[in-house]
Design a protein around this ligand. Structure first.
Ligand code: NAX
Length: 327
């Protein structure tokens, strides 16, 4: 049987953590033949550490055959030791009266520390997924703080936006989500993201031609996907957790095990593709194989799409500018 791999998860006692850890431990992320050791990080606060103990008791009580070990930590340099995968879920939420700049600064503090810790102690091939918001900029900060690790190993989660877009298209066209191919979401994980179905197909037929309604695209589809997180908060009183955890599983599984030629969306540092400045962590269509992702290149960007991409890029550049002095 395979040797266990180490999976670090931060914010492990939070609501996404609660929806995520059990699925990692059951083999849904890295395969039903891959034992895992969970290295869980929470803030030192007693309440958080106690909650983490409770989650660990439940993980133990599942008696998962693939769960080869569980560790609880409050120090990133211990939690990230030799880790092969790091899911950075914990982040500072926006509190009452908190300005955008305060939020950026609070998260910059967390993600510089965690980036440095990864740089120092993680596996040299560690695959990092940032879920905690602002996810793209947090991934950018962690990447900049880890100069000895490959920049390409730092990614942000756009997969929830991708999955939300797929589900809206399936509903609109009366088709099955699983039959949709070549969908992508460009840019920032925020309401400015640009979900793009111009290349998408359902059983080989063009989604754009099937829907054939640019007004629906601009006035219904994009706002619905962009504001889906807010709609869930309004309905549930809590932000998306199970669907966010599911997207994190999808992102890591496809990265580790391959997408079999299918497009998926990942937030990854640009190398200049599509005019996105190098280093900006941007949602792109990618295919994955042998543990590596590859940005799908050569797609035509029409005027509407360029305008949308410019908006979400400007937001990301504004965030990068906002943390420049902290890096
Ligand atoms: P919760 O508040 O339920 O849990 C967050 C947990 O992280 C808490 O237990 C907290 O103690 C811990 N934490 C905070 N700072 C930490 C640090 N420095 N080290 C370790 N742990 C730390 O939030 P939850 O609903 O689980 O959401 C987590 C993050 O995901 C939030 O930032 C949220 O905005 C973000 N999301 C990102 C999404 C995406 O698509 N990229 C979608 C879902 C979600 O909104």
């Amino acid at each position: 049987s395979k040797a266990p791999v180490r999976v670090a998860v931060t914010g492990a006692a939070g609501q996404i953590g609660y929806a995520l850890l059990f699925r990692i431990a059951s083999g849904e992320m890295l395969g039903k033949d891959q034992p895992v050791i969970l290295q869980l990080l929470e803030i030192p606060d007693e309440k958080a550490q106690n909650a983490l103990k409770g989650v660990i008791m439940e993980l133990e009580d599942c008696a998962f055959p693939l769960l080869a070990g569980i560790e609880a930590h409050s120090n990133p340099e211990e939690a990230f030791k030799d880790t092969d995968y790091a899911l950075l879920v914990g982040a500072r939420p926006r509190g009452p009266g908190m300005e955008r700049a305060d939020l950026l600064a609070a998260n910059a503090a967390i993600f510089t520390v965690q980036g440095k810790a990864l740089n120092k102690v993680a596996s040299r091939n560690v695959k990092v997924l940032v879920v905690g918001n602002p996810a793209n900029t947090n991934a950018y900060i962690a990447m900049k703080s880890a100069p000895d690790l490959p920049a390409k190993n730092f990614t942000a989660m756009l997969r929830l936006d991708h999955n939300r877009a797929a589900s809206q298209i399936a509903a609109k066209t009366g088709t099955a989500v699983g039959d949709i191919r070549k969908l992508t979401v460009w840019g920032n994980h925020s309401p400015t993201m640009y979900a793009d179905y111009r290349f998408a197909t359902i059983n080989g037929a063009s989604v754009k031609d099937t829907i054939n309604d640019q007004v629906w695209n601009a006035d219904t589809f994009l706002p619905t996907v962009g504001k889906r997180g807010a709609a869930i908060i309004a309905a549930r009183g809590l932000s998306s957790a199970a669907s966010a955890a599911n997207a994190a599983i999808d992102h890591m599984r496809d990265w580790a095990l391959g997408s079999n030629g299918e497009w998926v969306t990942m937030g990854v540092p640009s190398n200049g593709e599509y005019g996105i400045p190098a280093g900006i962590v941007f949602g792109f269509p990618v295919t994955t194989e042998n543990g590596e992702y590859k940005i799908v290149e050569g797609l035509e960007i029409d005027a509407f799409s360029q305008e949308r991409i410019n908006i979400t890029l400007a937001e990301l550049q504004g965030e990068a500018d906002g943390v420049k002095h902290l890096l």
